[in-house]
Design a protein around this ligand. Structure first.
Ligand code: GLY
Length: 565
């Protein structure tokens, strides 16, 4: 079962399962296909995180730090973009000391050394069953022969036209002759991208980090004032890391460690919320939302002050994940009244922000699970494509704290711990997450795009499923809320009742209705008939094993595709 933000790519993943591939083959094939069919977020020129669980026989590898769960092992792969060696913080500042937002998001300066190709090829080589060329063949075909543009992509290309048309290569790649936008159903071919994919399929990561693709990327950087050079590309490595491992109401939860700020923040939130009897206050009631928001604000304060790249900064992860700390944080919650952000931390400068990233969840027949989130940061990254190589570049360096104390594109006000420096990886919110039954058997994989809203999206999917007993589809679809300390407001999707809103306002909250948040494509491994799912979750009597996929209905091109059609 594969759930992804674009249907053709999800189908590609399912076809790998049919061929005898495992969850890793399917996830990697889907991600390469998304680089073709979902150019706003799928990518070769970005980065991401992957968390997987496989049964022992497939998972064992002595060099990879792993966590044992039940009859298998979980590992985490960091293929986050890296700041180029030539980076200097002052490159992003204007004469008055403020961050130049255009440089931080729309220029070649904003691009980190891409990690996606290194990450996907490494995961596949280590844990996949199929040859890389088979796993990549469908993506090459989609790029070469073209595919019918989906409704979401057509709308997204039209709204990104000013960004993409400013770059001659992007204009040629994503628009018809004369700059005319594609309509839904029209065929988009990407010949240059197909050639790059073919090189990677033939040579693995060196097909991207050396040779013609690397030369095209460096040539663009030299010509137009970017920082990435061949030495940056040659030095890039994806890294295995021990995943973070917590427990919520008896369910083991495995998630991404820093430089994801998502995993540790998610675990902190689960720890703080666990004893609060949210099942009594109920899903999306004012009382529940108030508890979530107050806990979110405390957790984001820690995220923004304390977290960064583990290769460069020390972080109190054990303390943040401890029950003692959760008890302390819980004691700071006022269950009746909103505590204004300024009382927690004086910095009212944050802005709101858009986001684009994409998440894929896969379950295979053995219960193997993959959650992988990849990103260009903004939709279409900085909008600049590598001439002749056919892929867009990320603007991930804006995820650093370019000027500690000032807001980035997601309104996150972060500290010096996430300052930009050569060779560092910026703190992320991507939160690919796996949950297991109390017995250790795999239960679900989830994650989401959404920038700073990723963490709270994943939290709500888990609470809906594990506390409120909603099925997976309802857990993903339910209206979401988000709070991140600054701006001092609750972002809410449409769908909260007027009386809930009134009760929240009476507790001192400011509510702002925002467009749909996240795209939490998720899968669940179903228990064999009669096996209880676990405490707090309704066990459906008709289930007889297999898996369930849910494509988040917030994105129209998304789909969950089963191995058996
Ligand atoms: N670029 C969004 C994130 O990594 O959080």
């Amino acid at each position: 079962m594969v759930a992804a933000q674009e249907a053709l790519a999800a189908g590609v993943g399912a076809s790998m399962l049919r061929k005898g591939g495992n969850a890793v083959d399917a996830a990697v094939a889907t991600c390469f296909a998304l680089a073709v069919t979902l150019p706003q977020a799928g990518n070769l020129g970005g980065g991401g995180f992957l968390v997987l669980w496989l049964p022992q026989a497939e998972a064992k590898h002595p060099l990879v730090p792993a966590v044992s769960i039940g009859r298998g092992q979980a590992v985490a792969l960091n293929f986050r973009e890296t700041a180029p060696l030539a980076v200097r913080p002052e490159l992003f500042l204007q004469a008055d000391g403020s961050v130049d937002r255009a440089k931080a998001t729309r220029s070649l300066l904003s691009t980190g050394v891409p990690g996606t190709v290194a990450g996907l090829t490494l995961a596949q080589a280590r844990y996949g069953r199929l040859p890389l060329k088979d796993v990549m063949a469908p993506a090459i075909q989609l790029a070469e022969r073209g595919f019918p543009v989906g409704v979401d992509l057509a709308a997204s290309l039209a709204s990104a036209a000013p960004l993409l048309k400013a770059d001659p290569s992007s204009r040629r790649q994503f628009f018809k002759a004369g700059g005319v936008p594609y309509r839904p159903g029209e065929i988009l071919r990407q010949g240059d991208l197909a050639r790059s994919l073919r090189r990677i399929a033939g040579q693995g990561a060196p097909g991207f980090y050396a040779g013609p693709v690397a030369r095209a990327l460096e040539g663009l950087m030299v010509q137009r004032g970017g920082l990435i050079r061949s030495a940056d590309l040659a030095a890039y490595r994806a890294r295995w890391q021990a995943p973070l491992h917590g427990r919520f109401r008896g369910y083991p939860v495995v998630t991404m460690p820093p430089p994801s700020g998502g995993g540790i923040t998610l675990l902190q939130l689960l720890n703080v919320l666990e004893p609060l009897k949210l099942d009594a206050t109920g899903a999306n009631s004012a009382a529940t939302i108030h508890r979530l928001v107050e806990a979110m604000n405390l957790a984001y304060r820690d995220r923004n002050r304390l977290l960064g790249d583990p290769d460069h900064v020390a972080m109190p992860l054990e303390q943040l994940q401890s029950q003692a700390y959760a008890t302390l944080q819980r004691s700071r919650l006022d269950l009746n009244r909103h505590r204004p952000a300024a009382q927690l931390e004086a910095d009212p400068t944050a802005l709101g922000g858009g986001s684009n990233t994409t998440h894929v969840s896969v379950a295979d027949r053995q219960g193997g699970l993959v959650a992988v989130t990849t990103t260009l940061n903004g939709a279409y990254g900085n909008g600049i494509s590598v001439p002749g190589a056919g892929f867009l570049l990320n603007n991930e360096l804006d995820d650093f704290s370019l000027k500690p104390g000032s807001a980035n594109g997601y309104g996150l006000v972060q500290g010096a711990v996430n300052a930009i420096a050569p060779g560092r990886r910026p703190l992320s919110s991507m939160t690919p997450t796996l949950v297991f039954r109390p017995s250790g058997e795999p239960l679900l994989a989830t994650g989401s795009p959404g920038g700073s809203r990723i963490i709270t999206t994943v939290l709500q999917v888990l609470l809906n499923r594990l506390v409120f007993g909603l099925n997976l589809a309802s857990s993903v679809a339910a209206p979401r809320i988000h709070s991140q300390l600054w701006p001092d407001q609750i972002s809410i999707e449409e769908g909260l009742s007027p009386d809930t809103r009134r009760l929240l306002e009476a507790m001192g909250h400011k509510l702002v209705t925002v467009p749909a948040m996240g795209s939490a494509n998720s899968v669940e491994v179903l228990p064999a008939k009669g096996v209880p799912v676990g405490p707090g979750v309704v066990s459906r009597p008709t289930l007889s094993g297999g898996s369930l996929g849910v494509a988040d209905p917030r994105r129209r091109d998304a789909a969950a595709v089963a191995e058996q059609p």
